[in-house]
Design a protein around this ligand. Structure first.
Ligand SMILES: Cc1ncc(COP(=O)(O)O)c(C=O)c1O
Length: 469
């Protein structure tokens, strides 16, 4: 990273942490240059970058100021959920009707699960596809189906190592996206009828997996900033024969919450004490604003209880369907189940990603992507301030591309979803994130697409529709 980028990230962190408040003046170019021992042109470049990222603004003859949208007019959602009894899961119909509404690309895509393809290095990836294919030996095309493309496995293991985790290559199974990793893992550690602890709200596809495998959900509340409620989890693990946990310790979907290092450690101690395996769904880790991702719960795993699942779908190559699982003590069983079901993800797609990771400038791309998403988050928050009722509560996650919005109680997000769809705006209504169809007055909004006048109009439309409740 260049010095000006580093300095820009330091200032961005101070803004994110609230040390530099909205409207506040940031150090002048001269002060910053003097204090940090860097040239005025480096400071200028850093401030220019922060302006582009939408975090600061220049005022003529006065200097640089933190942008107003950093002001949190709208409060943070409360954790209102009470623990519920274990529940059968039936959300698929509702989820499919929401997903159908996203097919129409004339709608403003606030309901979308993926960031805009414009944010990905698609052309460089196609170069990597050509290069990767050329380098493949005919034997490899067949042999790698069992083990995964060897260079890709090495690159993934290397990224674990850089993050402080020594991952034996035998633990790694390459899958068709994270979704297959999670499906296989859950199948390996449960039988129909078992209880599985999940988050509430939870990623809707995890609910669909439970539904398909005839598992029962034990919902554990998630705090919008601090993550899963460990006290309730401890109590539930004590009281119920829970066979597995499925959690996101970092940038949880839909809340964006992340557990601190201490809380990750405490979560691991609970798993160890009860000898319950945990699927750690970590697909948004690389989208942490301004820094490399923090260590997952997997980093504390001494007994192979944590099954860490991720993919390149959200951060590099949507549609390539390349993901993986670091399966701990279940790796062998997961690998066999994969061979019995889909055999292998496409070898050319794996070869392309392996080449990209080696030669394509992955970290540079990630820095750009994180900056774009952070600026888009700022635009959506500012727009929510302008258009949504003042009692609205909204998250401000430290990465990813979702906001969770809690509207006043009388708002019915399923009706809002239908009304918004008729006006050309998509959104993800709260009940699809719950086994017990809670969060009726909440929605998840995506800021994964570049912010345009159309996005602003979409927010205005939602604001007008909200006034009808
Ligand atoms: C939390 C979460 N886990 C897993 C997935 C699936 O990832 P993939 O597309 O790699 O299968 C998604 C995609 O929406 C997700 O949001």
């Amino acid at each position: 990273m260049k010095r000006y980028e580093q300095f820009a990230d330091e200032i961005a962190t101070l803004i994110r942490q609230g040390v530099l408040g909205p409207g506040e003046r940031i150090p002048s170019v001269r002060q910053a240059s003097h204090r940090h021992g860097i040239s005025p042109s480096t400071v200028f470049q850093a401030y220019y970058l922060l302006e582009n990222r939408g975090l600061i603004t220049a005022r003529a003859r006065s200097g640089y100021f933190v942008r107003e949208h950093a002001r949190r007019l709208l409060g943070e959602p409360r954790m209102t959920l009470q623990p519920t009894d274990p529940a059968e899961v039936e959300v698929s119909e509702l989820v499919f009707s929401v997903l159908d509404s996203l097919q129409d690309d004339r709608t403003v895509p606030f309901g979308s699960a993926f960031p805009s393809p414009e944010l990905f290095p698609l052309s460089r990836l196609s170069t990597s596809m050509t290069r990767g294919l050329r380098a493949l030996s005919p034997q490899q095309v067949v042999a790698d189906m069992t083990t995964g493309h060897i260079d890709l496995c090495r690159q993934i293991a290397l990224r674990y190592m850089l993050g402080g985790i020594q991952l034996p290559m035998e633990e790694l199974v390459i899958t068709n996206g994270a979704m297959e990793a999670l499906n296989l893992a859950l199948q390996c550690v449960t039988q129909p009828g078992d209880l599985v602890a999940i988050e509430s709200p939870a990623f809707y596809a995890s609910l669909q997996v439970l539904e398909r495998l005839k598992l029962r959900a034990v919902e554990i509340p998630v705090h919008p900033r601090e993550g899963i409620d460990l006290e309730i989890l401890a109590e539930r693990l004590e009281a119920l024969p829970i066979k597995a946990c499925w959690f996101m310790s970092h940038l949880q979907n839909p809340l964006g919450a992340s557990l601190s290092k201490e809380r990750k450690q405490a979560l691991y101690q609970l798993l160890k004490q009860h000898q319950v395996p945990m699927l750690e769904d970590d697909v948004y880790a690389e989208l942490t604003f301004g820094s490399s991702p923090p260590a997952p719960v997997k980093a504390f795993d001494e007994e192979g209880l944590v099954i860490h699942c991720s993919s390149f779908s959200k951060c590099l190559a949507p549609g390539y369907r390349v993901g993986w699982v670091a399966g701990g003590r279940y790796a062998e069983a997961i690998s066999r189940l994969k061979l019995m079901t889909t055999i292998s993800p496409s070898i050319p797609a794996q070869a392309a990603i392996a080449d990209y990771l080696q030669h394509g400038g992955y970290d540079r791309h990630l820095r750009k992507l994180r900056h774009a998403l952070e600026a888009q988050q700022g635009s959506m928050l500012a727009s929510a301030d302008r258009h949504f009722p003042t009692q609205t509560r909204i998250t401000r996650p430290a990465g990813g591309y979702f906001l969770w919005v809690e509207f006043p109680e009388q708002v019915d997000s399923l009706r809002l979803f239908n009304m918004a769809r008729d006006h050309g705006v998509s959104l993800a209504p709260g009940p699809i994130f719950s086994a017990t169809q809670q969060f009726r007055h909440c929605v998840r909004l995506s800021y994964g697409h570049p912010w345009t006048a159309r996005s602003e109009r979409g927010m205005e439309t939602l604001g007008q529709l909200l006034n009808l409740f």
